[in-house]
Design a protein. Structure first.
Lengths: 339, 321
């Protein structure tokens, strides 16, 4: 199998005082070697939880990955790894970039030690050598004057610099997959553009596969190869970038694309989805999007739709695809077309 | 000054001293005006002084120098009665809908608080007003007895808007009102802001770093960089013909939701980051990152110059570029 990552029926539930929050409800997808998969959706749709579950990062929290979930990474069954093997797996196979670079760096540790830390742990090299390697890594992420910067502490660096440090740390052990969870949300637009350029460049040079978690469709259009749209803990549509932006078939994807303000059409009311996403504490009957969907049919409230395969790469979970469903024209976006 | 001008800011400077001989020049001499019923969008990267400007024009912080004229009167020389009137007339909507509502007050008492100061309503009138306002912002009257923690982010921001509207203001400062919200909720809140403006005709100072939303809501736009206003123009003009090198770079850095566009190739690559606002030197604030900077840019601070049709730019080399 050439697939780097294969996820089947992933379910992640959180036990809280209010009850069981079913954050991810049966998600199946895969990532090829070297490709960029974007997960898009609103907050609380389970995109971050899905990404974190790939490394089983919920072991010590109230979160629980249900036993029927299957995660296969490069031929290894991640769910069956014991504690020690999991530790090594997390360090060397998958790198992670978090949203907020200030909270993901240790404020009491110099940058060089932080970047070198995982080299010391996973490759067993002494600290001096690790810091030397850290200088090279900082150079790789285009931090000016890396020999001096390794001695700096996170508070002495700007947001963009910190995110570069986080990227260097994530890439230190040459992971095959990089999970970037909203990597540029906390950054300004010009800095965001710099960080995205860097990620693109590194991806091409190192051939790392990337899972990009974001809600910004602009970044997705620029950066991703394939897109996976999530809603209320489920994948509703998946396809290549072209398929999602031009030939998407799920009403939620339509709504996402239509809610982007069109250039030129100002002072008009923006397209907005009515209502709010469903409560993840509750069990869902039918399609998760039914309550907000303009095209909702009686069947949508009763039964969950299966995926309809539109092409080799494009699949959509919607009852409108059923042969007996009324034919619905794809609505035009705010700019006069789906952009 | 024309009759329709509601707010006029003249050479506003807001410095914050931080220890010996060190001054943060958060806002360094900016001038603009807002007409009645108009939306002025203030954009720029974090730390450029947009929020400080918003706070200064409401008199929350006392400017280091410069004048702020509201309805033709300097807000610094207001009498107590005038100040009271000004506070009723100018309101603010905050960025973080979680922090700006008192968690121990019910929604109805949050909305009523301003009304009780400025109007003499009976209890019934006040309750009716709260109901009207909740209705206006798209919530049902059941929400009146709830507490902020029972509401989602978008609903809280609606409460923030209802609270601002409660005193019937003419001018509202919106400080990043949508930054903390989800994409689909952002559209709802922006639609609401535009709807109430249409009904009531108040003016907005809309502060945001979301350039596409600012474009959508504003009539007039000002771009700030490190405490200075580098370019102001009518919305369509500034988006179609940005003149200042920073504006050009900023606009080109917005990722476009178009899968066919090779954004990485077409955008203007801007090196480096925004310098520190502490003790900024003379000269153009942008010169350290500007690809066109000359000796003159490092020496002299450029002033805003009118390039025709109200399009004002602060750049020495604008004619050559």
């Amino acid at each position: 199998m050439s697939r780097l990552l294969e996820v089947e029926n992933l379910r992640v539930y959180f036990n809280t005082y209010a009850g069981q929050v079913k954050a991810v409800r049966g998600v199946s997808f895969g990532v090829e070697k070297g490709e960029t998969l974007a997960m898009v959706g609103e907050s609380g749709c389970g995109k971050s939880v899905t990404a974190k579950a790939l490394m089983r990062l919920f072991e010590r929290t109230s979160g629980e990955i249900l036993p029927e979930s299957k995660i296969t990474f490069d031929g290894v069954d991640v769910m069956s790894l014991d504690k020690k093997a999991l530790h090594a797996f997390r360090g060397t196979q998958i790198g992670m970039i978090f949203q907020d670079p200030m909270t993901s760096l240790d404020p009491t540790m110099s940058v060089g030690k932080q970047v070198g830390e995982c080299l010391m742990i996973h490759e067993g090299i002494p600290m001096k050598e690790a810091v030397q390697r850290a200088v090279e890594l900082l150079r790789m992420v285009e931090i000016p004057n890396p020999e001096e910067r390794v001695k700096a502490y996170p508070h002495q660096l700007s947001g963009g610099m910190r995110q570069r440090i986080v990227i260097a740390t994530a890439l230190a052990c040459h992971p095959k997959l990089l999970i970037a969870d909203e990597p540029t949300t906390a950054l300004d637009v010009t800095i965001q553009a710099q960080v995205l350029d860097l990620l693109r460049d590194l991806k091409e040079r190192l051939g790392t596969a990337i899972i990009l978690v974001t809600h910004d469709l602009g970044i997705v259009a620029d950066f991703a190869d394939r897109i996976q749209v999530m809603y209320a803990g489920m994948i509703v549509e998946e396809g290549t970038k072209q398929e999602i932006f031009k030939e998407c078939d799920h009403p939620y994807t339509w709504a996402l694309l239509r809610s982007i303000p069109a250039e030129g059409a100002s002072k008009k009311q923006l397209y907005s989805l009515k209502g709010t996403p469903p409560d993840l504490l509750l069990d869902q009957k039918g399609c998760p999007f039914a309550s907000r969907c303009e095209y909702c049919m009686p069947v949508c409230r009763e039964y969950q739709p299966d995926f309809t395969q539109k092409s080799g790469t494009h699949r959509v979970a919607c009852w409108l695809q059923h042969e007996k469903a009324p034919r619905v024209e794809r609505p035009v976006g705010a700019g006069g077309e789906i952009r | 000054m024309s009759e329709t001008t509601l707010l006029q800011v003249e050479e506003l400077k807001q410095y914050f001293p931080i220890g010996k001989n060190r001054v943060v020049k958060a806002v360094d001499g900016i001038s603009f005006s807002i007409r009645r019923g108009e939306t002025f969008g203030l954009v720029g990267e974090s730390g450029c002084g947009k929020s400080t400007t918003g706070r200064s024009v409401l008199g929350i912080t006392k400017p280091t120098s410069g004048r702020i004229l509201y309805d033709g009167e300097d807000i610094a020389s207001f009498t107590k009665a005038q100040r009271m009137k000004f506070k009723k007339s100018a309101q603010m909507i905050f960025q973080d809908p979680y922090a700006c509502l008192d968690p121990r007050m019910t929604i109805s008492s949050i909305i009523k608080e301003g009304m009780e100061v400025h109007f003499r309503y009976s209890k019934k009138e006040a309750d009716d007003r709260v109901r009207d306002l909740l209705d206006k912002v798209g919530l049902t009257e059941d929400y009146a007895s709830r507490f902020p923690h029972e509401l989602s982010g978008g609903q809280r921001q609606r409460i923030g808007i209802a609270r601002a509207l409660a005193v019937e203001p003419e001018f509202i400062v919106c400080d990043e009102p949508i930054a903390a919200l989800d994409v689909s909720i952002q559209a709802q809140v922006v639609n609401l802001l535009m709807k109430v403006q249409e009904e009531r005709g108040h003016a907005y100072l809309f502060i945001s770093h979301d350039l596409s939303m600012v474009r959508h809501i504003s009539d007039y736009i000002g771009v700030m960089y490190l405490g200075s206003l580098v370019e102001t123009a009518v919305r369509d003009e500034i988006y179609s013909h940005p003149l200042h090198p920073y504006t050009k770079a900023l606009f080109s850095a917005i990722p476009k939701p178009d899968p066919d566009m090779n954004w990485a190739k077409t955008r203007i690559h801007l090196e480096g980051e925004v310098p520190s606002p502490i003790n900024t030197p003379e000269g153009c604030k942008f010169c350290a990152r500007c690809p066109h900077a000359t000796e003159q840019c490092r020496r002299e601070t450029p002033q805003l110059r009118d390039m025709g049709a109200g399009h004002r730019v602060a750049c020495h080399r604008i004619e050559e570029l």
